[in-house]
Design a protein around this ligand. Structure first.
Ligand code: GRF
Length: 201
């Protein structure tokens, strides 16, 4: 699990694992921000944590090498980005083919990058949501696993829309992970295809 901030998506997944809803184990939580709230939550849960900060003087390669060290040491099979505010290099992504996931608070490919909720409001869309997708070396690109939609209300500001989307993120990430771990799927033509359709979809 890679995060940079409060880690609510990580906590939602950790709870669902505890409840036996996802057949997985969190073997480590890595952050590029040494004092990230999410790392604190992980410590409280007794999980192994790693800090790989990108301080001045530390190259992008050196920072990523630290992250990879943590992944190797913890023997991670899957890498989940949960509010990890850093682009991964092609070398990193190529090392874990079809094993890195991200969650983004918009219906991709609309509104990639920073402040997607603000972008959605500025564009005047009536529906937004969240996307769980495989990670490639691009910005919030990569094959889509699952999306959940929410209405954009007239009275919404960025905070209200973000909160409505976040509640869906907490469901979407666990559902996507569960689907990938429990069913047969393949990636074809840039699409994630589940042999028996997306479970519950
Ligand atoms: C979420 O909205 C996620 O989609 C985005 O960053 C936010 C992280 O929130 N990539 P949290 O740290 O999981 O609470």
């Amino acid at each position: 699990m890679l995060l940079s901030g409060r880690g609510s998506n990580f906590v939602a997944i950790a709870r669902n694992i505890e409840r036996g809803r996802i057949p997985a184990e969190i073997v480590g939580v890595v952050s590029n921000v040494a004092d990230a709230e999410g790392l604190e939550r992980a410590r409280e849960m007794g999980l192994r944590t790693y800090a790989a900060p990108h301080a001045p003087g530390i190259s992008r390669e050196a920072q990523e090498a630290k992250v990879i060290e943590a992944l190797v040491e913890s023997r991670a099979d899957w890498i989940l980005l949960a509010g990890y505010m850093r682009l991964l290099s092609k070398t990193f992504v190529d090392r874990y083919p079809q094993r890195i996931l991200n969650i983004h608070p918009s219906l991709l490919p609309s509104f990639p990058g920073l402040h997607p909720q603000r972008q959605a409001l500025a564009a005047g869309v009536k529906i937004s949501g969240c996307t769980v997708h495989f990670v490639d070396a691009g910005l919030d690109s990569g094959p889509i696993v699952l999306q959940r939609a929410v209405p954009v209300e007239d009275a919404d500001d960025e905070e209200a829309l973000s909160a409505r989307i976040l509640a869906e993120e907490h469901l979407a990430y666990s559902d996507a992970l569960c689907a990938l771990l429990r069913s047969s799927w393949r990636i074809h033509g840039g699409r994630v295809l589940f042999e028996k359709g997306l479970p519950g979809g």
